[in-house]
Design a protein around this ligand. Structure first.
Ligand SMILES: Cc1ncc(COP(=O)(O)O)c(C=O)c1O
Length: 461
C-alpha cells in the first residue's frame, strides 16, 4: 500500500500563523549592547524591508499572504505528504511514520517559501539588490531564485568550506543571477580583518552574516535577508505545517510526535507551529510532543547556554536571547552545512527553555546510517540536515517496537541531498568521524561572552 497525499493548488494557505501571541512568555526583546536597552524596531529598517520588520514584531496571530507570492509558490506547492510504509516495514515497527517533503521546490528545499516572500516585499519597497549568507548553499540558492523571480540582484557570502565542498550549489546560484563570494572574503572590512589574522579561516555562518550585513548597510539600494532564526522567516514557513494538517485530515490521523532538524529553526518551526497552535487553543485531538534534532558537532540547543548573544561574529547584529555556543564559534567542517550555526531562533529557544519542545543531538556517522536506510527504503536521498530528523524518527520507531505502542510520527524532509553526494561518498569511504564539539571550547567561548557583557545576565528578560 503506497500512501501519498496531494492537495489542490487552491489549498495553498492564504495566511501565515504567527506564534508570538501564543508563546508561554513574551519573547525577550533584542538589546542594543551600547545602551543595554531594547532595540527600537525602526532601527532594523536599515537592514530589512519595512514590512518584514513589521511582521518581525507583530502580535497578530494570522498574517495575509500576498497573492503574487502564492502565485510563484504554485510552481511546486502544495508539497506532497507521504507515509513511509517501506521504512516502517524495514524497522518492523507498529508506529506509523509520515513525512512532508519540501525537496520538490526548484532549489530543492523549504527555503524558497520565505525567499520568494522576502524578495517580493523588498521589490515592492524599491530595493534593487539583496545580500545574504549561506552555509550549505540551500538558502543562497533559494534567495537567488527568489530574486530572479522578481528581477532583483543578489549577492551571496558562502561559508568558505562549503564554497569548496559544494561547487554545484555555487553554480546553481550563479545560474539564477547571483554573485557568490567565499566568506571570509576581501569584499568587506569584516572579511579583510579575519583574513589578516587567519588566512586559512574556513568561515562560519556568523562571519558570513557579518559580511552580508556590512555589504547591505554600506549600499543605499541594498537590503539584507536572512534564511532562518528571525520571527518573520519562521512564520513564512508555517505554510508547511498548515498544509500538513490538511493532509493528515485526509488520511484521518494526527501525529503524537513531530520531529525536525534544527540549524536556525525555520523548517522545524514551520512544521510544528500550527500543531502547537492546535494544542494551545485546545483544538488538537492529541497532545503532540515536539522534538528538535541537531548535530553533536554544533549542539547549541542541547549544550549551549540560554543567554543574550550576537547572531554574527563581528557583532553587527543586536544581542538576542537564545541558546548559544558563543558568536566566535568556528564549527568543524561537518557535511550538514545548514546546521552549523552557533545560535538558534529565539522563539524556539524560549520553547525549549520552557520545556514545550525537547531537543536532542546525534553525530554525523549515525545520521548518515539513517539517511542511507531511508534512501534504500523510500527512494529519496535526503539532505544531510533532515537526515538528523530521520535518525530521531528511527529511534522513536524502534522504541515503539519495544513497547508495542502504535504511535503516529511526523517529520519534515526539508530538502533532497542531490548536491550532497560528496558527503555520502565520504560516509561510504569511512571518512566521516562521529564528531562531538568539545566542552572546553563551549566554556571558553561563553566565558569570553560573559566578560564582554557582564551585565547581560541581570537584564529583566
Ligand atoms: C535542507 C536544509 N534543512 C535544514 C536547514 C537548517 O535550517 P533551519 O533550521 O532554519 O531549517 C538548512 C539550512 O541551510 C537546509 O539547507
Amino acid at each position: 500500500m503506497y500512501i501519498k497525499v496531494l492537495l489542490d493548488e487552491d489549498e495553498i494557505p492564504k495566511q501565515w500563523y504567527n506564534i508570538q501571541p501564543d508563546l508561554p512568555k513574551p519573547l525577550p526583546p533584542p538589546i542594543n549592547p551600547a545602551t543595554k536597552e531594547p532595540i527600537d524596531p525602526k532601527a532594523l529598517e536599515r537592514v530589512f524591508a519595512k514590512e518584514l520588520v513589521r511582521q518581525e514584531v507583530s502580535q497578530d496571530r494570522w498574517i495575509n499572504i500576498p497573492e503574487e507570492v502564492r502565485d510563484v509558490w504554485m510552481a511546486w506547492r502544495p508539497t506532497p505528504f507521504y507515509r513511509a510504509v517501506k521504512l516502517e516495514k524495514a524497522l518492523g515497527t507498529p508506529a506509523k511514520i509520515y513525512y512532508k517533503y519540501e525537496g520538490v521546490s526548484p532549489p530543492g528545499s523549504h527555503k524558497p517559501n520565505t525567499a520568494v516572500a522576502q524578495a517580493w516585499y523588498n521589490m515592492k519597497e524599491g530595493v534593487k539588490r539583496l545580500t545574504t549568507e549561506t552555509g550549505a548553499g540551500q538558502w543562497g540558492s533559494a534567495l537567488s531564485f527568489g530574486c530572479s523571480t522578481f528581477g532583483l540582484k543578489s549577492t551571496v557570502y558562502m561559508v568558505k568550506v562549503s564554497y569548496h565542498q559544494k561547487p554545484y550549489r555555487r553554480t546553481m546560484m550563479q545560474t539564477w543571477g547571483a554573485e557568490v563570494f567565499p566568506s571570509p572574503s576581501d569584499r568587506t572590512q569584516t572579511g579583510k580583518k579575519i583574513l589578516q589574522q587567519d588566512p586559512d579561516n574556513p568561515g562560519s555562518l556568523g562571519i558570513s552574516i557579518s559580511e552580508a550585513v556590512e555589504d547591505a548597510v554600506t549600499h543605499e539600494d541594498t537590503k539584507y535577508t536572512l534564511g532562518s532564526v528571525v520571527n518573520h522567516v519562521l512564520m513564512h514557513q508555517t505554510i508547511i505545517g498548515i498544509e500538513t494538517e490538511k493532509q493528515f485530515e485526509i488520511v484521518d490521523d494526527y501525529p503524537d510526535t513531530i520531529i525536525g532538524c534544527v540549524g536556525g529553526g525555520s523548517s522545524f518551526s514551520g512544521l510544528f507551529w500550527p500543531f502547537y497552535y492546535d494544542k494551545v487553543s485546545k483544538k488538537a485531538p492529541k497532545e503532540a510532543e515536539f522534538i528538535a534534532v541537531e548535530p553533536t558537532a554544533c549542539p547549541s540547543l542541547t549544550r549551549g547556554s540560554y543567554t543574550y548573544d550576537h547572531g554574527d561574529t563581528a557583532r553587527f547584529i543586536p544581542l538576542v536571547k537564545m541558546h548559544t555556543l558563543g558568536h566566535d564559534f568556528v564549527p568543524a567542517p561537518i557535511h550538514a552545512g545548514g546546521l552549523r550555526y552557533h545560535g538558534d531562533a529565539p522563539t524556539l529557544c524560549l520553547l525549549v527553555n520552557e520545556k514545550r519542545v525537547k531537543a536532542r543531538a546525534y553525530n554525523q556517522v549515525e545520521v548518515f546510517e539513517a539517511a542511507v536506510l531511508f534512501a534504500k527504503t523510500e527512494g529519496i536521498i535526503p539532505a544531510p540536515e533532515p537526515a538528523h530528523a530521520i535518525k530521531a524518527v528511527i529511534d522513536e520507531a524502534i522504541k515503539c517496537k519495544e513497547t508495542g505502542e502504535e504511535k503516529t510520527i511526523l517529520f519534515l524532509l526539508c530538502g533532497h541531498g542531490y548536491f550532497d553526494m560528496k558527503a555520502y561518498e565520504d560516509f561510504f569511504e569511512g571518512k566521516l568521524l562521529p564528531y562531538e564539539y568539545p566542552e572546553e571550547k563551549i566554556k571558553e567561548s561563553l566565558r569570553r561572552l560573559k566578560e564582554l557583557y557582564p551585565w547581560a545576565e541581570k537584564l529583566p528578560y
